[in-house]
Ligand binder design. Sequence first.
Ligand code: LLP
Length: 432
Amino acid sequence: MTLSEFETVADAAAVASQDPESLFEGVDPAALADRVGTPFHAYSAAAIRRRIAELQQALQGLDALVCFAVKANPNRAILTLVADAGLGADIVSGGELRRSLEAGIAPKRIVFSGVGKSEQEIDAALAAGIARFNLESRDELECLDRLARERGVEACAAVRINPDVDAGTHEKISTGRAENKFGVPIDEARCWFAERMRHPNVRLDGLHVHIGSQILDLEPFRRAFARVAAFRRELAAAGHAIASIDVGGGFGVRYRNGESRLDAQAWAGVLREAFADYDGRFVVEPGRWLVAEAGLLLTRVLRVKRGVERDFLVLDAAMNDLARPSLYDAWHEIVPLHGAARAMRRYDVVGPVCETGDTFARDRLLPECAAGDLVAILGTGAYGASMASTYNSRPLAAEVLLDDGRYSIVRRRQSYEEMTAGESAGEDWTTP
Ligand code: LLP
């Protein structure tokens, strides 16, 4: 059994209470916690490979390049695993570009998205020779044209369409409505193509759409794809050939018992149907779907605090290690690993950070816990470590890759010196 093989998290919890190693690819979590210290993020390599294979299977027969959205989990070991499986990268910063190249992802498999690319970042990506820029404003198109001319190269680009579709997900991670900052309306995109000759160093032959994240329903995809497909037909009729359509990411995963992750096969069916008359390349940019369920955050109970109205389970992990519950009120299953059958109790599960928002769960029914117990927070492989901070001067947690009964520390716990490196007391004053 590995992490993502459990049909429901209840299964995982049941198995974990008798056989905690099952959650850890055959590695004993207690021994691992002693060795690495808590909290730490752990990822199952096998679970990630399985997700990749499933997606590749769903896309069979299509000319499709899967570009992992690096922001979901940029750890070097994860990017290497992804590169070894033949995937490319969807990047949104110069930092992600460097990480992807260093992990061995070929530049021709890298696409650059994002609403605020700086000149330096665009230039670095041109120098690296990436496959494609997903452009989000006219200003960016002009900048890309200028920088490509200075380098004497032609840049491939796609225009990111804002299809004005509600993805039906949390508002903070919705990107496809007209009111959102992302993409441009079809009317504007139409002008970009009509005026293509004004930007001779940009080969504008791609379309891009990404309507949001953690989408569990196929309908928003169907609506967005229909708009992009109709626009592609219109462009083709006007003589503008489209060679690449980037259909984004956003596939939802199973965070909670009773949920099911987006079915890749069904999603690919929607894609095939919408673009039945298109024979160019697809780019797909999933992040979460590939890695979320392959990760967990292992933490230890510091103490149980009996409050006036509630009992608090105080963990040694906090919102700085996993921000999703405090940012999006996100639900993550919580599994005590003490192994013994215990009575059930209700807890507010909290971290040590000095904010009430530092709460992983409220009023959660869990087997009774005591100080020192290990507790796994599930579904943290995406947007967990990648969104961590050192708030409250808590060094970044370690990250561990698990594979077939073995583990590798793929990020050591940050030391105090590393955390404060680069700071000074402000002694060297100068004027510009
Ligand atoms: N492509 C673009 C242009 C994106 O902006 C994103 C995510 C993705 C692909 C990958 O989306 P995914 O397949 O992972 O859903 N921090 C939030 C999620 C933010 C997603 C941002 N953009 C969370 O923890 O829920």
